[in-house]
Design a protein around this ligand. Structure first.
Ligand code: SF4
Length: 196
């Protein structure tokens, strides 16, 4: 039988399993409820999310909200939208100053238990290759571009997306179907699901 979501969320928020490897310490950030209708699975919180304890509270989040066609109030309505990562704590920076990848042990510890306790979402957005590879398993292609290009293979339950970071501006420009085909589909689904 699935675990009770509230007690699992308390357990995750108290997790310190890989704290010794986290430059900024352990601060698990995720949002979920039994009534949520839309699930967003991303990689790991960035430093701004870590500092403010709020997922996607940065320009990438603004862009993601624009892609979804919803405002901050709807995006942060935990009764309707769940936001999780493949790891729940900010992993720190690598030598080039970029965010490190999500800690692998986090997904191994929590992702399966959390997915089993969450409601059965009609739509799960997989933001970036870590979320795509984990959730699509052998159905994921060899890289993010190929997986997102094949988005019609995964609907209606999953929709893979690139990370909404400015670093992907050139990617969006190189793949015009993303804005002409995928985003209108995404907005239609989100409007229908959330009534937003
Ligand atoms: S990243 Fe995950 S496993 Fe590591 S301390 Fe945070 S919640 Fe625990």
């Amino acid at each position: 039988m699935a675990e009770h979501l509230d007690s699992l969320l308390r357990e995750i928020r108290a997790c310190r399993a890989c704290e010794d490897s986290l430059q900024h310490g352990a601060r698990p950030i995720l949002r979920a409820s039994k009534s949520a209708q839309l699930l967003i699975v991303s990689q790991a919180p960035g430093v701004r999310a870590h500092d403010t304890r709020l997922s996607f509270n940065d320009p990438s989040g603004d862009r993601l909200r624009e892609w979804l066609g919803i405002n901050r109030d709807t995006f942060y309505d935990e009764s309707r939208v769940a936001i999780i990562g493949m790891a729940f704590c900010f992993p720190g920076y690598n030598a080039q100053g970029h965010d490190k990848p999500p800690r692998k042990e986090c997904a191994l510890l929590w992702q399966g238990r959390l997915m089993a306790a969450l409601p059965n979402f009609p739509l799960i957005l997989l933001v970036g290759s870590y979320a795509q590879n984990w959730h699509l398993k052998e159905r994921a292609k060899e890289n993010m571009t190929k997986t997102v290009s094949a988005w019609r293979e995964y609907i209606p339950r999953f929709l893979p997306l690139p990370h909404p970071s400015w670093r992907n501006n050139a990617w969006v420009k190189r793949h015009p179907w993303f804005e002409t085909d995928l985003l209108p589909y995404l907005r239609r689904r989100v409007r229908r699901i959330l009534g937003a």
